[in-house]
Ligand binder design. Structure first.
Ligand code: GLV
Ligand code: MN
Ligand code: MN
Length: 426
């Protein structure tokens, strides 16, 4: 064997490793359209098995934390020193893409495997945390695995039911081996001081990096949210032909008026420079009784307001309540709200932002700073006082849909940055 062939064989092929892992992950989907890895369900469990098997192949340590999240460790020389962690989530939205969440775990685990391959011994433990249930699509609240780890779940959170209405979060977590007593006591299952930094690589889920031709970027902050899983507008059923407009109590027209009013407030607040996005992703009439000829007496819908600013979130929420009161009077309907779910915005750590920019520039990679519109487990770490930073990877066709698409070349660039950040911490 000549030296060139020897070197090629000795090289750790990140590209091939990533492609293999992503195609194994694709096979974990429980839906035929897009990718579905349901939280505390079959898809998420199969993804755990893929990552565990990969970690064992590279002689990395695997275990589960008290919240049932998978933890993969490359042991450091000083095992008592605070670790550097990276991570992301195992679950997906129903019929989502293969990269939301999974890309960050694959990047972390491949980085550790490469260090093993190079017989690199880090000064402290390097960890990959693979979180369960980051997506609010399953139990209403986002970041559940990381919140449970850091003692941030409430009794109300644990009583929330899965989207199919069957299991409570507490039941699902217990079934997956979580230590419910400690979680219920809001105990942090890890000492925040034992984590020197938390890094997360994630696909960008909006169109900005594609539009600006940026394969990689460094994240400045993460939007927070106020959500209601279910708002019910109640009016009065009636014959569609027989009731004149002035005597109607149409729950759908009332809801439509509310959404139009919110859209107008949104437009005006954007003009004033506020950061806000608003979505009503679930809208339903009662399928058991709805008909073309029946004035709907009940509409249920979800509402999500996101912003980088807590004040903007609260201000928009207040406008929404005022509009509901006015429309209720005008149209003789009522609005009922389920639990208000609040997720705090988060700022990334300035020193780590600089560090990631430096590393990116040294590797001749793009290092623009961009905010994250989507939510990430990193927000929980940042708000727990742990120095936290994120790398974004360009991704086409958005996210939370089956068309999500990331080039492996871009993924490798981001993984290089993560690998170096892991190897040369602050
Ligand atoms: C997570 O994907 C979110 O909803 O932002
Ligand atoms: Mn997502
Ligand atoms: Mn995600």
């Amino acid at each position: 064997m000549n030296t060139v062939t020897e070197n090629i064989q000795l090289e750790f092929d990140m590209f091939a490793e990533a492609e293999r892992l992503f195609s194994e992950l694709e096979a974990t989907s429980t839906s035929t359209i897009g990718i579905t890895r349901e939280a505390y369900g079959a898809g998420e469990q199969k993804a755990i098995e893929v990552f565990e098997a990969y970690a064992l192949k590279y002689d990395l340590e695997t275990s589960f934390d008290g919240a049932g999240n998978l933890v993969i460790v490359l042991p450091g020389i000083d095992r008592n020193a605070p670790c550097i962690a990276c991570g992301s989530h195992l679950d997906s939205v129903p019929q989502g893409g293969n990269f939301d969440g999974a890309a960050g775990i694959v990047a972390g685990i491949i980085s550790l495997a490469r260090m093993r391959h190079e017989s690199f011994a880090p000064a402290c433990d390097l960890k990959v945390m693979a979180f369960r249930c980051e997506e609010s699509a399953w139990f209403g609240k986002p970041y559940i695995g990381s919140c449970a780890l850091l003692g941030k779940l409430s009794q109300d959170d644990l009583e929330a039911r899965q989207r199919d209405g069957k299991e409570t979060l507490a039941e699902a977590m217990e079934r997956c081996g979580a230590d419910l007593d400690r979680i219920l006591a809001a105990e942090s299952l890890v000492d925040p001081k034992s984590i020197a930094a938390y890094l997360e690589m994630h696909i960008e889920q909006g169109p900005v990096m594609i539009a600006r031709d940026l394969p990689t970027a460094v994240v400045t902050g993460i939007r927070g949210a106020i959500r209601h899983r279910k708002i019910t507008c109640l009016g009065r059923a009636g014959h569609s032909g027989a009731v004149p407009r002035w005597l109607r109590q149409d729950a759908f027209f009332a809801t439509a008026e509310l959404i139009s009013a919110l859209d107008e407030h949104w437009r005006v607040l954007l003009e004033r420079g506020l950061d806000i996005v608003v979505t009503s992703g679930i809208v339903k009439t009662n399928a058991a009784v709805h008909a073309m000829t029946r004035i709907p007496d009940e509409i249920t819908f979800s509402l999500e307001i996101r912003s980088q600013s807590t004040d903007a979130l609260e201000a928009f929420y207040h406008l929404m309540e005022t509009e509901c009161n006015n429309i209720a009077k005008e149209r003789k309907v009522s609005f009922q709200f389920d639990r208000k779910l609040y997720t705090a915005p988060a700022r990334m750590n300035e020193r780590w932002i600089e560090r990631l920019k430096d590393i990116s520039e040294r590797l001749s990679m793009t290092s623009e700073l961009i905010p994250s519109g989507a939510g990430h487990d990193a927000a929980v770490f940042a708000n727990a006082g742990i120095p936290t930073a994120m790398i974004f990877i360009r991704n086409e066709n958005g996210s939370h849909n089956p068309e999500e698409s990331m080039e492996i070349e871009d993924f490798i660039k981001g993984t290089e940055i993560l690998y170096h950040a892991f190897k040369e911490p602050l």
